[in-house]
Design a protein around this ligand. Structure first.
Ligand code: P6P
Length: 334
């Protein structure tokens, strides 16, 4: 049950009963994400004013220059989650390996693991384009009281208990699901409170937008090339509009509101595409499905893929159900 302009805190309390197993820990986990989001938002919004844009002089496992804000966001989420004593482990795009959180009181007794991309699209910061945080939450599967293990993080996406993103854009929004639909909360920066501004967010079955980096066109599989041409030809609702920000959270958030498809396919230059399964595709796929959309690698449902390693990449087709199905049709014909 949701009421427009309800605060995030009120919403969590009123809907806590919806989440099985919940003894309040998941609520506390979402609350800690809320706190970290406000801290990161403050830093992102003043990035141009102080010397925290630009690179931190190091590179992450992706071989990408670590932007200072990437590092700050990663450290903010890790410290907030650790201090709140809710998770037993964290995996991050910015860390080569997962982090074991011993917890306070009885060791390793927390139930949840969190995976995240702390600041996705951070290369856009220097040009003042929206960026985002993406998070994915599972219950651990190894015994409580023991240190978390890699298998706790390598669960199929269908096992997620919650997922969400924060988009640091013209306004800052927290959008998340616990498996009962998708709700969006907008931050009122004057008082530091998130308000329910987008209850029950849904993908329309069709939409006017396709989002793909056409600069890679010549390297795409034939099926993707043919789907792009299909989007550009005259036909029912076509030609679609091409919109591509180059920030996953922003592109999918826009397409969820307006209808559309986002594609990051494999190519002759990237055999599995670019996006990471565990902390980009799985959470965005969980949100997309909860909003009535669809997400696959062009053939297989993203949430059914069994991960093999923390930072593995997958091709990503995500958005309005009928558009994804049409793209899959082109892929299966190749
Ligand atoms: P390209 C940002 O680096 C990111 O991971 C996603 O946020 C974004 O959708 C994609 O990469 C953009 O990649 O190759 O089109 O610049």
């Amino acid at each position: 049950m949701s009421r427009k302009n309800q605060t995030l805190g009120e919403f969590i309390i009123e809907n806590q009963g919806e989440f099985q197993y919940s003894s309040g820990e998941l609520s506390r986990l979402i609350n800690s994400i809320r706190l970290a989001a406000k801290v990161v938002n403050h830093q992102v919004n003043k990035a141009g004013l102080v010397d925290i844009t630009g690179t931190a002089g190091e590179t992450n496992i992706q071989g990408e220059d670590q932007q200072k804000l990437d590092v700050m966001a990663n450290e903010t989420f890790i410290s907030t989650l650790t201090n709140r004593n809710i998770v037993c482990g964290i995996a991050s795009e910015e860390n080569d390996d997962f982090i074991t959180i011993q917890g306070q009181g009885e060791d390793h007794n927390n139930k949840y693991v969190l995976l995240m991309d702390p600041l996705d699209g951070s290369s856009n910061i220097d040009v003042n384009v929206s960026v985002g945080t993406i998070f994915s939450i599972y219950r651990r599967i190894t015994p409580a009281g023991t240190p978390v293990k890699l298998e706790d993080f390598l669960q199929p996406g269908r096992e997620q208990v919650a997922a969400g993103y924060i988009i640091y854009g013209t306004s800052t929004m927290l959008v998340y699901t616990t498996g009962h639909g998708v709700n969006g909360f907008t931050l009122n920066p004057a008082i530091g409170t998130f308000y329910l501004s987008h209850p029950n967010m849904t993908f329309s079955e069709m939409g006017p937008i396709y989002s793909v980096n056409e600069g890679n066109y010549v390297h795409f599989p034939e099926g993707v090339k043919k789907y792009i041409k299909y989007c550009q030809e005259e036909g029912e609702g076509r030609p679609y509009t091409s919109r591509y920000i180059g920030s996953l959270v922003s592109d999918i958030h826009r397409n969820m509101i307006k209808g559309g498809i986002y594609i990051y396919p494999k190519s002759s230059r990237a055999q599995n595409g670019k996006l990471r399964l565990l902390y980009e595709c799985n959470p965005m796929a969980f949100i997309t499905e909860q909003a009535g959309g669809k997400a696959s690698d062009g053939f297989t449902r993203i949430l059914d893929i069994k991960p093999k390693e923390l930072h593995e990449r997958v091709p990503f087709f995500c958005g309005s159900k009928l558009m994804v199905e049409k793209a899959e049709e082109f892929m299966s014909n190749e």
